[in-house]
Every structure is written in structure tokens, then in C-alpha cells.
Design a protein around this ligand. Structure first.
Ligand code: NAP
Ligand code: MG
Length: 470
């Protein structure tokens, strides 16, 4: 697609208030592929006003009609799914096959789920002698990251629209092109002017202005814990609703009765997918001490299949990370792991390619729970393998971080895995591999966040209640 040089506000592309621009870089070859405007507080203000003006009309639109518009938005994305995949590959560097299956198809399925929910959800319920009305919260400020750029947009915008809210979106500076493509889809779907507005820009400028704007009723943020903490504080001071989807350091717990080869192979694939840039990735693999050496060999063999290379080459199974800054961050963690005494069994911090922000697929063995690489989110293709002595030890290690976003348990028998999963302090657990479910609530325990996305729980975040007594 061709980049827009304006903001999408009140149903049209209009010039930005300032003259600053953001260069969009292809992380596979470090070339600048486009420029988009860097929005200011003035652009944010114009967008919030548009969303405020559109709110009463959209909130009063019957749910069936809102559902029809969201279905049209889904259809517009379906018609352009190849373009979505190409755009994400160009600005994020994901291998094209993964872009098609995940970056294009997943948001289409999530938009479809909210089109259906908008039409079927009970926006009114009875409680004794009361009727409880579930009403839209108002104007939503959505701030999204670059790792699943369209999914994270749709996971906020679709339920907000289904609830009757209007939206201002500030997407990540690294991936603004797919956000512009999404705005084109909104336009094609015939949503009323001002119901959805897009301001591209830097987090510290446009993001901050949006989070602090008094015309915003709810801030929904996905990204780092550091920024999330700041946004939570700003929202708290203004007594404004906030949803935070933050980092993770999820455990892949392989119990002794499990199919070890399968658990290791799927665990490696889970981390390598999207170059490890997945907040819910199972970056800590926990293996019983008796099976540890075998698991390390299995992981070494599995990771060797992740050839890093050109995202358009079907043989590439691993793309670059998103930016030079992220590559340096990831390499820094790998060096820290080595310095702390962990054993590199694959990869390392040396660049596997002369150009592009590539990081070698990396596996660390002999990782102990207190090491930085076992505690902090690395956000790269790096796995830490830890040993446990018994189930209680495994649980202590699994629960022993500030995070609690996701996880996995493998066992010979499903009930055994479920019993362990019940004791985990985390928002989502895949049992023996699981299957992704776009209706399952997604979100964090502990410092992984506040609130849930997807399905009815995700929709409820955008609703507030009013009780009428009879
Ligand atoms: P980030 O800074 O938290 O970015 C997330 C979003 O917040 C972006 O749109 C960003 O804009 C915006 N933002 C940044 N500072 C802001 C502020 N002061 N006020 C309002 N909005 C602000 O994350 P990052 O720098 O891209 O990545 C850093 C680390 O965060 C990663 O290495 C990873 O550990 C974690 N992360 C987690 C997730 C997740 O899904 N949970 C996603 C991405 C990153 P800009 O794009 O302009 O910075
Ligand atoms: Mg940032």
C-alpha cells in the first residue's frame, strides 16, 4: 500500500498539524520504505473531538447495525488480506507465510467474533427488581505495539465498536503502515465519520497526549510494563478507566509423564515464531532433572531448523527482530546470560547476517531461576531451559517472576496437567499444546496487566453499568 501523509480524523485523511515525520524501516534490509506524519498533541485533540462528537450517535445505533458495520470491516480486511500480510512483512520482518496465517488471518477472525458478539450480547440484564443496562464507556484511547500490529489494533477497536464506544488509535511508530491500511478498511466499511480515528506518532508525544487527554474515558494500552505503569498512574490520577496488557515471562512446564519430544518441539516453535516477539511466549522451559539432558539435546535439534533469512524466501523460518534498538536489547540479554554462567547450546549474540536486524535462534541451558534471563522479558528468539526436582519445585519456579500472562503444561494425562495449571498464577495456560481460541479471555495476573481482551470478557471492558430499580 501507499503510505498516507495525513491523519485519519472525522472520516477523512487530513494534513497533520506539525511537519515532523517518522521513517518506516524494513528490518530485513534496513531500508526506509515509507514516511508517515509524527502526530502532536494538536492532532490528538482534533481526533478526540471527532470521537466525542461521534459518540452519542454510535452509542445509540442499534447493536444489530453496529454488528453489520463490524462485519463489513471484517469483509474489507478479508478482501485485502494479501496486502495486510505484505505490509506486516515489510515493516515487521515476519516470514511471509506467518504473516498470512497469523498477522492477516487472526485479526480477521477476531473482528468476525466481535461482529457476532455485537449482535448477540445481552446489553441488558435483570438482577432481582433491577434492570441493569450495559452502556458504552465513551471515547477510547487505544495505544498499541508493533509485535502483532494489526491483531492488537483489532483486539481493542472491534470490541470498542461493538460496545458502542468511539476510538482514537495511536499505533506503534515502527508499524504505522498496517494501521493506515486498517483505517482504509474502516472507511470502506462505511463506519460513520469520527467513530474511528487514527493518529500516527511517537509514544512520548502523541501517545502521552492521548493517555492524558480529558476527553478520553478509557485508555487501552498494550506494550512494555514501564510505559504501562506510567499510563496507569496518569489514568488513576484522572479517575479514568484503564486496561493494560503488558509483558510476560511464561513457563512451559514439562511434567515427567509428558511426551518429551513433542513438548520440546512445540515449545521451541512457540518461542521462535515471530522472532520471539510475543508477550505470551513460553520463554522458560522447565524440565525434570532426570530428563534434562535429553530435553537439551532435543531443543538443540529443534532450534537448528529455524533458518534465519529473507522473509520472502519460503525456506526462512525466522525473520529479523523489529528494529536496531530491539536487536541491541536482545543481544545485551544474551551477553548477560553468558556472563551469569548459563550455557549456550545454540545461537549467541553474534549477528547471523551482515544486514538486517537478525538475532540467531538461541537456547540457554543450566539457567537458574534468579538469573536475569529467567526473570526479564527478552522479546527475542531466546529460550531458557531450567531444571526442577519435583512438582512443587516446578510450581515455585513457574510462579517465581513478577509476570503472569500465559504458560503451558504437558503431561501424559490431561487431568494431571489441569491440576498443575490450576496452581499457576497466570491468565492463560495451554494444556498439552492447546489450540488458539479467539474467544478465550487473554490478559495478565500480577504485573502482566489489568483487564482482559477477546470474547465476552474483552467486550465487557468497554461497558459500564446503570441499574434501574422497579
Ligand atoms: P512501548 O514503548 O511500551 O510501546 C508500546 C506503545 O506505547 C507504542 O505505541 C509506543 O509508542 C507507546 N508509548 C511509548 N511511550 C509512551 C508514553 N510515554 N505514553 C504513551 N504511549 C507511549 O514498547 P517498546 O518500546 O516498543 O518495546 C519495549 C519492550 O516492551 C519490548 O522489548 C518488550 O519487552 C515489551 N513489549 C511488550 C509487548 C506486549 O505485547 N506485551 C509489546 C511490545 C513490547 P512508540 O512506538 O512510539 O514507542
Ligand atoms: Mg517505545
Amino acid at each position: 500500500m501507499k503510505a498516507h501523509d495525513g491523519m485519519y480524523i472525522r472520516g477523512e485523511w487530513r494534513p497533520a498539524a506539525g511537519t515532523g515525520t517518522i521513517a518506516v524501516v524494513n528490518p530485513a534490509d534496513e531500508q526506509i520504505i515509507a514516511e508517515v506524519p509524527a502526530g502532536t498533541a494538536q492532532d490528538v485533540d482534533a481526533a478526540v473531538r471527532a470521537a466525542r462528537d461521534a459518540f452519542p450517535g454510535w452509542a445509540a445505533t442499534p447493536p444489530a447495525e453496529r454488528a453489520a458495520r463490524i462485519a463489513a470491516l471484517r469483509d474489507a480486511m478479508v478482501a485485502r488480506k494479501d496486502e495486510i500480510a505484505e505490509t506486516v512483512t515489510a515493516e515487521l520482518g515476519t516470514p511471509i507465510g506467518l504473516s498470512q496465517v497469523v498477522h492477516a488471518n487472526l485479526p480477521i477472525s477476531v473482528a468476525g467474533s466481535f461482529a457476532e458478539l455485537a449482535g448477540t450480547y445481552a446489553f441488558e440484564e435483570k438482577a432481582g427488581n433491577s434492570t441493569v443496562l450495559l452502556e458504552p464507556v465513551g471515547v477510547v484511547g487505544a495505544i498499541t505495539p508493533w509485535n502483532y500490529p494489526l491483531h492488537q489494533i483489532v483486539a481493542k477497536v472491534a470490541p470498542a465498536l461493538a460496545a458502542g464506544c468511539t476510538v482514537v488509535l495511536k499505533p506503534a511508530e515502527d508499524t504505522p503502515l498496517v494501521a493506515q491500511l486498517f483505517a482504509e478498511c474502516v472507511h470502506e466499511a462505511g463506519l460513520p465519520a469520527g467513530v474511528f480515528n487514527l493518529v500516527t506518532g511517537l509514544g512520548a508525544v502523541a501517545g502521552q497526549a492521548l493517555a492524558a487527554h480529558e476527553g478520553v474515558d478509557l485508555v487501552s494500552f498494550t506494550g512494555s510494563t514501564a510505559v504501562g505503569r506510567q499510563i496507569g498512574a496518569t489514568a488513576g490520577a484522572a479517575v479514568k478507566r484503564v486496561a493494560l496488557e503488558l509483558g510476560g515471562k511464561s513457563a512451559n512446564v514439562i511434567l515427567p509423564s509428558a511426551d518429551l519430544a513433542k513438548a520440546v518441539k512445540v515449545g521451541v516453535a512457540n518461542v521462535m515464531s515471530n522472532s520471539g516477539q510475543t508477550c505470551s511466549a513460553w520463554t522458560r522451559m522447565l524440565v525434570h532433572t532426570d530428563q534434562y539432558d535429553e530435553a537439551v539435546e532435543l531443543a538443540r535439534a529443534a532450534v537448528a531448523k529455524y533458518a534465519a533469512g529473507d522473509p520472502h524466501d519460503p525456506a526462512s523460518r525466522l525473520g529479523p527482530v523489529v528494529s536496531a534498538k530491539q536487536r541491541e536489547r536482545v543481544r545485551g540479554y544474551i551477553d548477560q546470560g553468558v556472563a551469569a554462567g548459563a550455557r549456550l547450546v545454540a545461537g549467541g549474540s553474534e549477528a547471523p547476517h551482515p544486514a538486517g536486524y537478525y538475532v540467531a535462534p538461541t537456547v540457554f541451558a543450566d539457567v537458574t531461576p534468579e538469573m536475569t534471563i529467567a526473570q526479564e522479558e527478552i522479546f527475542g528468539p531466546v529460550i531458557s531451559m531450567l531444571r526442577y526436582a519435583d512438582e512443587d519445585d516446578a510450581l515455585r519456579i513457574a510462579n517465581g517472576t513478577v509476570y503472569g500472562l500465559a504458560g503451558a503444561v504437558w503431561a501424559g494425562d490431561e487431568a494431571e496437567a489441569v491440576a498443575f495449571a490450576r496452581r499457576m498464577e497466570t491468565g492463560q495456560v495451554d494444556i498439552n499444546g492447546g489450540r488458539f481460541n479467539p474467544l478465550a479471555p487473554f490478559g495478565g495476573y500480577k504485573q502482566s496487566g489489568v483487564g482482559r481482551e477477546l470474547g465476552t470478557h474483552g467486550l465487557a471492558e468497554y461497558l459500564q453499568t446503570k441499574s434501574l430499580q422497579f
